[in-house]
Design a protein around this ligand. Structure first.
Ligand code: 4AD
Ligand code: MG
Length: 434
């Protein structure tokens, strides 16, 4: 039995559609009946359209069945497109037949429910319009990253997610039993990308990273999508140039391709189009001065937390780089600055409007001795990094890279209050289901 061809719902709004016969199928957004006429708002992936069905056209049995379809139940419809000023979008489909695919049970999600309840029902809540728009933008953002990196001849690679090294600091790694030995969920693909540099010179990976941070903040997930790039023969200026070109490029691409979704979510696309390189670069030491002038009790050596990053970026319209952090604040693999050994050749990209860190970038230490010294200083077992140290023994070159939190970027782009709204099934300390 072959399935008859169906039209996308958006077909009903095509310039030549009035008077045309259409065959639609999809989900019932809402429905009501009065005086022998059924009104249904039907949704598919391309949009939604009003249907009307008359009892005397459909017949009693079909009308009664269609009337009992619940919100989010599914139907297949044949009908004719007509103009109707009262209908959303000025068109409706006058049904000649309605077949119930799945009447469904009463949909549990409606207006006045708590956020906790919606998170419990996330598998159903993701059908709501804000989520639909968000995940369309997310898909476009991922496509834009890949397109940019492809143009720049950066090779996509597939590093592992199960690993024996906790690269970004042991305490924040999820540990599990790997056949009797400790295993970790990857916090970063960086070390593997560094290994893949020698044969490929420019590599990237788009993989989930995991952080066992208990912090319940609006910008932390325990699982997030991490875009990591590693470039051979690259210094800090080169890295920041690359990073800002990439960020501006993907913002523009998404603004051009998804203007309606952005506007719907509260971000005028013009604001993203206005963001152009170069981004402002300030040294960590200067950031500390500014914060002190604003009344923060920070000093050289203090980490920049959520509040500090917010204060630094609240008035900004474009992202800024903060560079040259104190060595002690940063990971072991970062390159010591030649002119100031207390600092490292590193930068965080902070999103404007108070959103804060979206990218962590650095040049990598190439000196074997210093690398070993730093691994010891942070209290990590040197033996476990032997394979990584090999990279400094065989054809080591100056190189640099960054990691970008995809959901962090989306949170800023889409002006979301909480990062969980940028991922369909958020993982936080209090939740790993559904
Ligand atoms: O600054 P991070 O920890 O840097 C690294 O992991 C490097 N090894 C990356 C590299 O150079 N290849 O993490 C990079 C980015 C942060 O800037 C932030 O955007 C995001 O990952 N991130 C998180 N996003 C959501 N939830 C969390 N808990 C995150 N932790 C980091
Ligand atoms: Mg960081």
């Amino acid at each position: 039995m072959s399935t008859p061809a169906f039209d996308p719902v958006a077909r009903a709004f095509a310039p030549d559609a009035v008077g045309a016969a259409v065959r639609l199928r999809g989900w019932v957004l809402r429905s009501r009946s009065s005086g022998g006429i059924l009104f249904v708002l039907l949704r598919d992936r391309t949009g939604s359209v009003q249907l009307t069905g008359k009892r005397d056209v459909l017949g009693d049995a079909a009308f009664d069945a269609a009337e009992h379809v619940q919100v989010e139940g599914t139907i297949a419809v044949e009908g004719t497109v007509a103009e109707d000023k009262r209908a959303p979008g000025g068109r409706e489909v006058r049904a000649t037949s309605i077949r119930v695919v799945h009447a469904g049970e009463p949909f549990p999600i409606f207006a006045e429910q708590t956020e906790e309840f919606r998170l419990d029902k996330r598998h159903l809540a993701i059908r709501a319009q804000d989520h639909v728009a968000t995940f369309r933008v997310k898909a476009e953002l991922l496509r834009a990253f890949r397109e940019f990196l492809d143009r720049e001849e950066v090779l996509e690679t597939t590093p592992p997610v199960l690993t024996g090294n906790a690269a970004e600091g042991g305490s924040e790694a999820f540990q599990f039993d790997y056949f009797g030995r400790p295993g970790y969920l990857s916090q970063t693909a960086q070390l593997y990308l560094e290994a893949m540099l020698a044969p490929h010179e420019r590599v990237y990976a788009l993989t989930p990273s995991f952080r066992a941070e208990k912090s319940r903040t609006p910008r932390h997930l325990t699982e997030y999508l991490h875009l990591e790039v590693e470039l051979a023969w690259c210094d800090l200026d080169g890295l920041l140039d690359f990073t800002e070109r990439m960020v501006a490029s993907v913002l523009h691409t998404v603004a051009e391709r998804k203007p309606n979704e952005l506007a719907q979510l509260g971000r005028p696309p013009a604001e993203l189009l206005a963001i152009r390189p170069p981004f402002r670069r300030i040294e960590y030491a200067e950031a500390i001065e500014r914060l002190r002038a604003q009344g923060f009790t920070v000093q050289w050596g203090s980490d920049l937390g959520t509040a500090e990053e917010r204060a630094l970026t609240l008035e900004e319209k474009a992202p800024i780089f903060v560079t040259h952090f104190p060595r002690e604040l940063k990971a072991f693999y970062m390159l010591r600055s030649a002119d100031d050994p207390k600092t490292v050749e590193a930068a965080d990209l902070l999103a404007p409007e108070g959103y804060g860190e979206v990218v962590g970038a650095s040049c990598r230490e190439t000196d074997l001795g210093r690398l070993v010294e730093r691994i010891r200083e942070v209290g990590a077992p040197v033996e476990e990094y032997e394979w990584y140290l090999d990279l400094r023994r065989h054809g080591s070159v100056p190189h640099a890279g960054f990691g970008l939190g995809v959901e962090r970027v989306l949170r800023w782009m889409l002006r979301r209050e909480h990062i969980r709204d940028t991922t369909p099934f958020p993982r936080t300390p209090s939740r790993h289901t559904p």
